[in-house]
Design a binder for this molecule. Structure first.
Ligand SMILES: Nc1ncnc2c1ncn2[C@@H]1O[C@H](COP(=O)(O)OP(=O)(O)O)[C@@H](O)[C@H]1O
Ligand SMILES: [Mg+2]
Length: 326
């Protein structure tokens, strides 16, 4: 539905987009993630045919942004990061205005406006003034507005920015709903955790360069080892960290740690201040973790809990990127 090939854009000497190549398929919710100034809005403006690239190509639904701008504008809904303010309009008048601007047939306008109001949970605010709405409602109205001409592809630039936690949750369920309607969504954010979990795929951009594109699961797998920071790790081998808490009736954690340390798959064992054992092991696809359980029980230990160390999404991506990503 969306593809770019070596897309490049400079502003003077500033390289805003540097050979950006990405692909977003139908039905995807693509999270476009990167710090402020990374080039997210620039990419989306090029895709929305509002800005020309210097080189490279961009296609929406197979149409070239440089050749088929009019067709693309009818196929996409683009919500900019800054929502224009329209004083003295009610929510309904605001949507009527955009329906007319998009040449939605008069007879169809009432039906479609009621549908998008329902979808964005604004039916009750139909007669409220636009500037009286909360930030969360205004953002949802922004989405209602880009749905008026029933586009298949949505480009939403930072729809969750500046929202309180509750409004963010409402925005998230709206995006998931749009995805379930089969729309292709490209949604940007400078906050990874705002989006990542609900996306079918993500792209991470920094200083105009795409650092990663793929599924969130693959991203996790890629950074799991690195983000654990295992200095004793064996080169070229994937590692994992398990956190084991012991029942109080067990022998001292340090004693158990010594027994664990002797196993050849174990690269490091630490006793955490909480008394839990953090065990770094070399990953072996078929071998599992049972050997640890055996060692502990042979040492007289009783396991209270046994789990992979939690990797914080934010930490993981800090390792994946050069470090500027917040
Ligand atoms: N019209 C413009 N003129 C000059 N520089 C610009 C313009 N638009 C964006 N930039 C610069 O290009 C870079 C990328 O901007 P942008 O795409 O808005 O980033 P993001 O949306 O990821 O925050 C930034 O360094 C920004 O300052
Ligand atoms: Mg931006």
């Amino acid at each position: 539905m969306i593809s770019t090939n070596a897309l490049t854009k400079k502003f003077g000497s500033l390289m805003a987009l540097d050979n950006l190549t990405l692909e977003i398929g139908p039905g995807e919710l693509f999270g476009f993630i990167g710090p402020n100034g990374a080039g997210k809005s620039t990419t989306m403006k090029i895709l929305a045919c509002l800005l020309r690239q210097d080189s490279g190509q961009a296609f929406v639904c197979g149409k070239d942004v440089r050749k088929d701008a009019d067709a693309i504008r009818r196929l996409i809904g683009y919500m900019p990061d800054f929502l224009g303010v329209y004083d003295d309009l009610t929510v309904d008048e605001y949507l009527q205005f955009f329906a007319a601007a998009f040449s939605v047939p008069r007879a169809r306008r009432r039906v479609i406006i009621d549908q998008v109001l329902e979808l964005t949970d604004l039916t009750e605010k139909k007669n409220a003034m636009v500037d009286s709405l909360s930030r969360g409602m205004q953002q949802r109205l922004g989405i209602a507005r880009v749905l008026i001409h029933e586009p298949q592809v949505l480009l939403l630039d930072e729809p969750a920015s500046g929202l309180d936690p509750r409004a963010r949750i409402e925005m998230r369920s709206l995006l998931i709903e749009l995805r379930s309607m089969g729309k292709c969504l490209m949604v940007s954010s400078h906050i990874l955790s705002e989006l990542a979990e609900m996306c079918t795929s993500i792209g991470i951009i920094e200083r105009g360069k795409l650092l990663y594109a793929g599924s969130i699961q693959d991203a996790y797998a890629k950074v799991r080892s690195a983000s654990l920071d295992i200095p004793e790790g064996r080169p070229g081998v994937a590692h994992e960290r398990l956190v084991i808490t012991l029942h109080p009736s067990s022998p001292a954690a340090h004693t158990i740690a010594e027994s664990i340390r002797t196993h050849q798959r174990v690269v490091a064992v630490r006793v955490e201040p909480s008394g839990a054992l953090a065990v770094d092991i070399a990953t072996e696809a078929d071998a599992g973790h049972h050997f640890l359980i055996e060692i502990i029980s042979n040492s007289g230990g009783r396991i209270h809990s046994f789990a992979p160390a939690e990797i914080r999404l934010e930490d993981a991506f800090l390792k994946l990127t050069t470090g500027a990503l917040q």
